[in-house]
Ligand binder design. Structure first.
Ligand code: G3I
Ligand code: 9MR
Ligand code: ZN
Length: 537
């Protein structure tokens, strides 16, 4: 098998494929003429620990002419088709962003924007408070989390943060409409889409600033359930410290980003961010969230919440420059035992570090600023070193093929891109592109992990609408969780036991632990694709 990015490459960027077999030479064939336009030899072999593969590499970086091509080995084996073009990943970036529209809850998805994936509004009923069954509150709106219809505050926060950071750094990648109802409103579609989630998130905040951890039915509905047919009672699970802190962080982000477009909304976001932050200061030892009795939907448990408080402090500092928040983040940054670098859904300290570094040196605590920058660059160097060792030139270690490994892949690519942003060392961002090439097919399984893209696209995600809608092709632009060495669902266990970590994936709707989709696996992929588009202009 020849492993290649099944979308393609930008003209000026490095281009190589990987082959499981040796060959005397290879050619790049122009699909328009069926003529070879480039000939080269393969280097290698190289052992890839995560997949157990021995791989040979064919580099064709000097081929820059836009067009559609395939690789042909002297053995006769040919690759999937691919494209060389300056905006080659733009349509994927757009689709992975539009996937959030397809995740919308509480509104009709009209055929004009949703095509065959149109469906009626869902989950319109008020939600009952778990802690007070006599009280119900409006609950509609926002995005379904994933393959299920739950809505979870901490998960939403990572998704919103990634998208707002992508817009903050690469606005030109979002300057065109992607075909949502708000297209043409004067606000970039990314911001309109995120606004849909922010409006719902604000329904999760209590008057005292505390934020509900999630809004879900008591149990997951059957897989073959369209959203509008999921009629179980909606329950606001109790508030949590991590939900409150991450809510505060993203509302502070929104206060900055939306100010030029809707100053009143931005001001409201800041007010709500501060209200939740104040709640944090009087609930520092609040017990971590666990599913309450009778609720079995996603838990998003997290026993470490200093990182969430650090993130909230840093975003409020970046937005307001007020000493209260600067003092808070400086105090929290000095606490040992949590990551200041991670961009996960549970470990969010990296977002706080990014917020502080993006705030600039003026007015900063110089020592802290330099320490955070040095730590960020040191981690980028570690990630880059892993890529050099890896047969597929990415940074996933064998032990990182866990539930949501494609999120880890994209998070580490985000880290590299941000390191380039902070230092101007382009080697980091160029490495990030290798992560995008992996996502779209240059990986041991030759699998594009995104629905609708590549010759071998994701076809059977654990995604209730895609299973229940009667349409063969899944909703487009969905990023699969990817290989998970821990085989944490029966289908993965049944079909992938004994496989190396990078092969522990099955494109089957029952495999929720290797093949679900979530908004916070799409969001870092949007960030990375937006960088790729911006760097290829
Ligand atoms: O990181 C550790 C690793 O160090 C360890 O070696 C390994 C084996 O124990 O576990 C790894 O942690 C895993 C963690 O995800 C990584 O984030 C846990 O095993 C794994 O159970 C955990 O899975 C989470 C899953 O819910 C089950 O709780 C996923 O992160 C999380 O994305 C997923 O979220 C679900 C929601 O609950 C419901 N909606 C769908 C969504 C996606 O599947
Ligand atoms: O569909 C659920 C998915 O969103 C969760 O991530 C996953 C793990 O919590 O659980 C899925 O629901 C399955 C349940 O855990 C076991 N019975 C089958 C359900 C549908 O696959
Ligand atoms: Zn819904």
């Amino acid at each position: 098998m020849i492993h290649i990015d099944q979308i393609g490459y930008a003209p000026s960027k490095p281009k190589f494929f990987l082959s499981a077999k040796e060959a005397d030479h290879f050619t790049v064939v122009d699909l328009a003429t069926d003529q070879p336009v480039y000939t080269g030899t393969l280097s290698g072999p190289k052992e890839d620990v995560a997949s157990g593969d021995t791989v040979y590499r064919g580099d064709f970086s000097s081929l820059r002419d836009p067009g559609s091509y395939k690789i042909k080995l002297s053995s006769g084996e040919t690759s999937s088709p691919f494209t060389i073009a300056s905006d080659v990943h733009q349509s994927a970036a757009d689709a992975m962003l539009k996937a959030f529209y397809f995740q919308r809850c509480g509104c009709d998805l009209e055929p004009e924007h949703a095509g065959p994936y149109a469906h009626k509004a869902c989950h319109l009923s008020d939600g009952v408070l778990y802690d007070d069954p006599t009280t119900t509150l409006p609950s509609a709106g926002g995005w379904h989390d994933a393959g299920d219809y739950g809505k979870y505050t901490v998960a939403a926060a990572k998704a919103v943060a990634d998208l707002l950071l992508a817009y903050d750094l690469f606005p030109a990648s979002f300057a065109h409409p992607i075909g949502i109802p708000e297209s043409g409103s004067g606000m970039p579609d990314l911001l309109s889409e995120v606004r849909y989630e922010l409006d719902w998130l604000q329904r999760m905040q209590q008057r005292d600033g505390a934020v509900f951890h999630k809004l879900t039915t008591r149990h997951f509905p059957p897989l073959n359930t369209m959203p509008e047919d999921d009629l179980g009672e909606l329950v606001f699970s109790p508030v949590s410290y991590t939900a409150t802190a991450t809510f505060s962080a993203v509302m502070a982000m929104a206060a900055r980003i939306y100010e030029p477009f809707d100053a009143a909304f931005a001001a409201a976001c800041l007010k709500l961010a501060k209200l939740s932050f104040d709640w944090l200061t009087t609930h520092e030892s609040y017990p971590s969230f666990t599913n309450p009795v009778g609720i079995s939907t996603g838990e998003y448990g997290d026993r470490q919440s200093i990182d969430e408080a650090f993130w909230a402090s840093a975003e409020l500092y970046r937005t307001t420059r007020e000493v209260t928040y600067h003092d808070a983040l400086r105090k929290l940054a000095s606490v040992k035992g949590f990551s200041l670098l991670s961009l996960g859904w549970a470990d969010v300290g990296g977002y706080g570090t990014v917020a502080y570094l993006l705030s600039g040196r003026a007015g900063a605590d110089d020592a802290l600023y330099e320490d955070l920058l040095a730590a960020w660059v040191q981690e980028a160097q570690r990630i880059e070193a892993c890529c050099q060792e890896d047969g597929y030139s990415v940074s996933l270690l064998p032990e990182q093929y866990i539930w949501g490994s494609m999120m880890v892949l994209m998070n580490q690519a985000m880290h590299l891109i941000l390191a380039d942003h902070f230092t101007g060392q382009e080697v980091f961002a160029t490495r990030a592109l290798d992560h995008l090439h992996y996502l779209f097919g240059r990986n041991p399984l030759g699998q594009s992990y995104v629905s609708g893209f590549g010759e071998r696209p994701l076809m059977h995600p654990h995604h209730r609408p895609s299973v229940a809608d009667g349409i063969d092709a899944p909703v487009p632009g969905l990023v699969s969780g990817g290989p998970n060495r821990n085989l944490q669902d029966p289908k993965a266990k049944e079909t992938r036991s004994g496989q190396p970590p990078a092969r522990c994936f099955i494109d089957h709707e029952d495999s929720y632990a290797t093949n679900e989709i979530t908004i916070y696996w799409n969001s870092p992929a949007v960030f990375v694709a937006a960088y790729a588009v911006s760097a290829s202009q």
